[in-house]
Design a protein around this ligand. Structure first.
Ligand SMILES: [Zn+2]
Length: 240
């Protein structure tokens, strides 16, 4: 299995949590970035089954300067397979900083395009603006992580070549909108994530996500395990 998004480097015992994931069958993990301090911690965990994406998360952005800091840091970090998390968050108090977030997002999308790397997006209550940014930058496709939008919004991302990643939200029966979207995404565009240590404690949590997805869709768990892992490998250009 492939966990398409984790921040385990922020936990106190990341190696133990990665091991717990492996014991539960999760052999590959994408560690997505948040800020400069986290990038070094991520880089230290790199390995054949631990893949890296660096970026300034929308909660931690300072503006366009973020892309310059990231570009300058890349040579001293383990090789990334993607740029992220980057994006826009229009929920709660984050909404006031949307202009700053957008400047950082555009600059980092541009960096991804220059480096020809896929992007890992965090988009909450800002899908229209985020789609406009992606169109403007002609950024390479990637992953919309923790997807919680409607089927109509999902369709817009799919049209642009993106994959949609689902996490703990689809295990919650109240999360009707996300569960409907998850039931409709074409199999070849579907990913699963633990968002550990926030969503689940370890990558092992994607077993629960896969079970929920199987109950919402027509495929058995084994097929979802195999295909979501193949999708992640294809997008991140990893050897099969
Ligand atoms: Zn996120």
């Amino acid at each position: 299995m492939f966990d398409a998004l984790s921040h385990l480097y922020t936990s106190t015992a990341p190696r133990a949590a990665l091991e717990a994931g492996r014991a539960a069958g999760v052999h590959n993990v994408l560690l997505a970035g948040e800020n400069e301090a986290g990038w070094s911690a991520q880089s230290a965990l790199a390995g054949p089954s631990v893949h890296l994406a660096y970026g300034y998360h929308p909660w931690h952005t300072a503006g366009a300067i973020d892309a310059e800091i990231l570009a300058a840091a890349l040579p001293r970090l383990s090789e990334p397979v993607a740029i992220g998390e980057i994006g826009l968050d229009g929920s709660g108090r984050h909404r006031e900083r949307l202009a700053t977030q957008e400047a950082a997002f555009l600059a980092q999308l541009d960096l991804a395009r220059q480096r020809d790397l896929p992007v890992v997006l965090h988009i909450v209550r800002a899908h229209g603006a985020a789609l406009a940014c992606v169109d403007r930058c002609q950024a390479p496709p990637g992953i919309v992580h923790g997807f919680s939008g409607s089927s109509e919004v999902a369709e817009e991302w799919l049209r642009r070549g993106f994959l949609l990643s689902f996490g703990h939200l689809v295990c919650n029966k109240q999360a009707k909108r996300a569960r409907i979207a998850a039931s409709q995404v074409p199999l070849e565009r579907l990913l699963v994530e633990s968002d550990s240590p926030g969503g689940f404690e370890s990558p092992a949590g994607i077993n629960q996500v896969l079970a929920s997805l199987s109950s919402l869709r027509s495929e058995p768990v084994a097929v979802l395990m195999r295909e979501t892992a193949a999708n992640a490998r294809r997008l991140l250009r990893l050897q099969p």
